[in-house]
Write a protein that binds this ligand. Structure first.
Ligand code: 3HC
Length: 314
């Protein structure tokens, strides 16, 4: 009975738009859903460093190299903010990373595609970070305080990511024929996987109903996807690139750009580990985890020493 009253009060707080903080009472499902979502978000940020890191040493100019370096470094920071946010729910990041490295936890489909040319860095900044901004702007208003604040900080940095990517797209689209061909090829390859980032259609989304009831998600997968398409069609036209969807059509009644059907077989195949780069990404992350063990051990030893010192002086 007591939990029923607590659930009622919790949901009243959510309705009033209050933020739930780590020490507040929350239903176990709210906690486990957040751990699932936040940890997978964090894993995605860290894996997301790999496709772009691939081009740091091959950037076409010092300016491009510097902005790509800054972006990849930001992604690492996003991962750390998000692991910290997940840890406020009573889990340890080593447990979360262990689930990722064992293949139990998911990460975003989008990072399992190859970055074949420099133009991919433009397409990723514009499309992938553009999609992430649409999603994360919503999450910055979610009901769980630490996740909302982490996304607020992330969105500020994502804006730079998208702008640097879009500038590359516009530069190449106005460039020589070979550059124009290269950027159009990259847009062709990244467009549909970027739409898949928003997840399955609402009717096939087992988590959305609960997440929306408790205002972790304020909009559905399909609503956010539509918002991203509407934004991006206009930007594509301004940049002078074509989106690879012959079914794209403006509907004046809904003020939406209608688009073709997503290849959900491809989506689920990539999510289940059979994308073009899944094995490479997991191999690289497992290797980095082993090679980085000494850093974790040193940090743990230092923290233990600090705790002992604090206990002694207490
Ligand atoms: N990639 C991989 N798996 C996905 C996915 C995607 N794009 N979309 C959905 N899935 C998985 C879900 O994890 C879920 O599986 P699970 O129950 O085993 O976890 C299943 O497919 C069903 O999907 P649902 O729609 O029911 O799942 P959610 O309600 O969790 O919605 C989501 C999926 C929209 C991705 C949501 O989890 C979310 O908003 N997550 C936070 C944001 C995030 O993770 N973004 C990833 C990209 S990070 C990024 O872009 C970095 C930037 O700097 C470039």
């Amino acid at each position: 009975m007591e939990d029923a009253n607590k659930l009622k009060e919790f949901e009243a707080r959510i309705e009033r738009g209050e933020k739930i903080e780590p020490k507040d009472w929350m239903p176990e499902r709210y906690r486990t859903q957040l751990i699932r979502m936040i940890s997978q978000h964090a894993h995605s940020e860290i894996v997301g460093m790999l496709p772009e890191g691939n081009w740091i040493t091959r950037a076409p100019s010092l300016r491009r190299k510097m902005s790509l370096l800054a972006k990849v470094q930001d992604e690492a920071g996003h991962g750390l903010y998000l692991y910290c946010a997940a840890e406020t729910l009573g889990v340890d990041r080593s447990e979360l990373v262990g689930e990722f490295l064992s293949g139990k936890a998911k990460y975003s489909n989008i990072f399992n595609y190859p970055t074949l040319t420099w133009a991919d860095i433009g397409a990723i900044g514009w499309l992938v970070d553009g999609a992430a901004i649409v999603n994360q702007t919503m999450l910055a208003k979610c009901s769980y305080g630490p996740y909302s604040r982490a996304n607020l900080r992330i969105c500020k940095e994502e804006t730079f990511h998208k702008v640097q990517g879009y500038e590359i797209v516009c530069t190449m689209a106005q460039g020589r024929p070979a550059q124009r061909k290269m950027i159009q090829d990259a847009v062709n390859r990244w467009w549909w996987p970027s739409l898949m980032m928003f997840g399955p259609h609402d009717k096939n989304s087992p988590n959305s109903a609960e997440l929306m009831k408790w205002k972790v998600k304020l909009f559905s997968n399909d609503d956010l996807r539509q918002r991203f398409v509407n934004l991006t069609v206009r930007q594509a036209r301004a940049a002078g690139v074509t989106l690879p969807d012959p079914d794209l059509k403006y509907n004046p009644e809904t003020d939406n750009w209608e688009f073709g059907e997503i290849n959900w077989d491809e989506f689920w195949s990539v999510v289940r580990g059979n994308g073009p780069c899944n094995r490479d990404r997991m191999r690289a992350r497992r290797r980095a985890h082993v090679e980085g063990a000494w850093v974790r051990e040193a940090a743990d030893a230092y923290a233990a020493k600090q705790r002992a010192k604090a206990a002694k002086s207490a």
